[in-house]
Design a protein around this ligand. Sequence first.
Ligand code: SPV
Ligand code: MG
Length: 556
Amino acid sequence: MRAASLRGLLRKKKYLIWAGAHDALSAKLVEEAGFEGIWVSSFGVSAAQKCMPDSNILTMTEMLEASKDIRRAVKIPVVTDCDNGYGGAMNILRLVKEFEQAGVAGISLEDSSFPKRCSLYPGGQRELVSIEEMSGRIRAAKDAQESKEFFVIARTEAFVAGLGLAEALRRGEAYAKAGADAILVHSRGPSASEVEAFAKKWNEALPLVCVPTLYGKVSAPALSSKGYKVIIFANHALRAQVKAARGVLRTLRQKERLASVEKDIAKLSEVFELVGQPTLEAHAERFSPKLPKPPTAIILAAGFEPQLMPLIVDRPKALLEIHGRSILERQVEVLRQAGVKRIAVVRGYQKHRIDLPNLVAYDNDRYEKAYILDSLFCAEREMEGGFLFLYGDVLFDEAVLLKALKSRADIGLVVDRALPELIRQHPELLAAHADLVVTNGRALPGHRFVPPRRQDRILKIGTRVPAEKATGEFIGIGRFSAKGADLLRKAYHRARAHVNGRIFHEAATFSKASVTDLVQELIDRGQRVESIDIYKGWIEVNTLADYERAWKLVKR
Ligand code: SPV
Ligand code: MG
């Protein structure tokens, strides 16, 4: 297909200009600049990919791999410079099959003997193979191709070897007779006179190709007017790269500051665009499973709790250790196990003690005056897109967390529905400050509990909910969807602006408010707040007795 389009272009256009590429990215730039074809230069690939001289050191397969990468990156025809065919006619039989199958539009074969020297290298004797041998190479190439479109350029190095015009013509004519599709006449300049003289005497119908590297003054239209159909600028992307990279790297080394080179380098977005990053995103959107993004967890660990003195004389409550690991460490471990990637901690009292790796820290430096709701809003930035919050003193089973993470509620609070049973059996265990809730449904008294299929709504929440009316206890974990987070934030800022010094639900002032006060505000305004039901599986550490109990209950 590419070979056909190469032939189509040759028919359609007065002349074609190809540019050399040494890898997929440079090929992309060649295409972007509007050239009609890619020349996979042996000089370029040797230099750029292996930093080696162009002297038959690279193998056929290395040039093939480079050509495949390049072909994949562009739509325009790709023609590979296959030097002298890497051996004899037998090698060329294989070579053509490989390149044709790789989707390369054509190849070029030159009449230098093995090992060749790059035509541009100064000095040195150039040895050419006999006309017969080169003709055999061409016949082998034409015989091996499967499609009639595959394009074989025969290149003579007669001028480069100092053999003169007559020999160059003799060779060109013989190669035409052997079946070549075009003749590349190479010359080391310094002017275009050799290639012009050749074209003047050229009587065959075959198109002529030239590579004007060392006779750079002449323009492509001028060469075309002399009879050249394809003009190849073989190594200019490579040389531009060397000069630009060398300059930038030297400056960078000297100045040790990125700003010194910013103007001389491509923008990141340019590179993103070139390698198809926007397509990648579109593909991810189409083909990758849409996994819900785990929410950020915000752990509230700012407060100072005098009832825990002197236990917390040198650390915040969240750092109390139980069997060698702090509450915070245990929380983080369970969160990570449940797939939560981003964890923020709001610190306050003894904040410098909280220094766990991979946690994002926020500080409530006014923790003595601004309580837990303000602490939560220190991490307001983390709420975007939905979040989970945890009080810094709860220890819980992984199942509890998984339930919170699975909840589809816009606003859901984890509620222990074993409460009525607890009150009935051990009223002394109910903490004085417990956040009790009233839901629209109630757990049936008894030993077992199955959460309702449709989650109950929370109607009342707070420490002043009478125990006999309560149907559950809020455990200090809440889940907000993106929308829920939005609602919460709006409610917070609205209340903050308006409440100002007056009581706010159970709080004497807004800055003393708890998260539950704001949740009650949302409920009162008609917002649905769901109860994420659990049945036991958690404890809190709020008193010395709690702490003692935790040592007995929590596994080592
Ligand atoms: C190449 O680009 O590898 C060529 C052209 O063969 S030249 O380097 O001029 O020989
Ligand atoms: Mg070459």
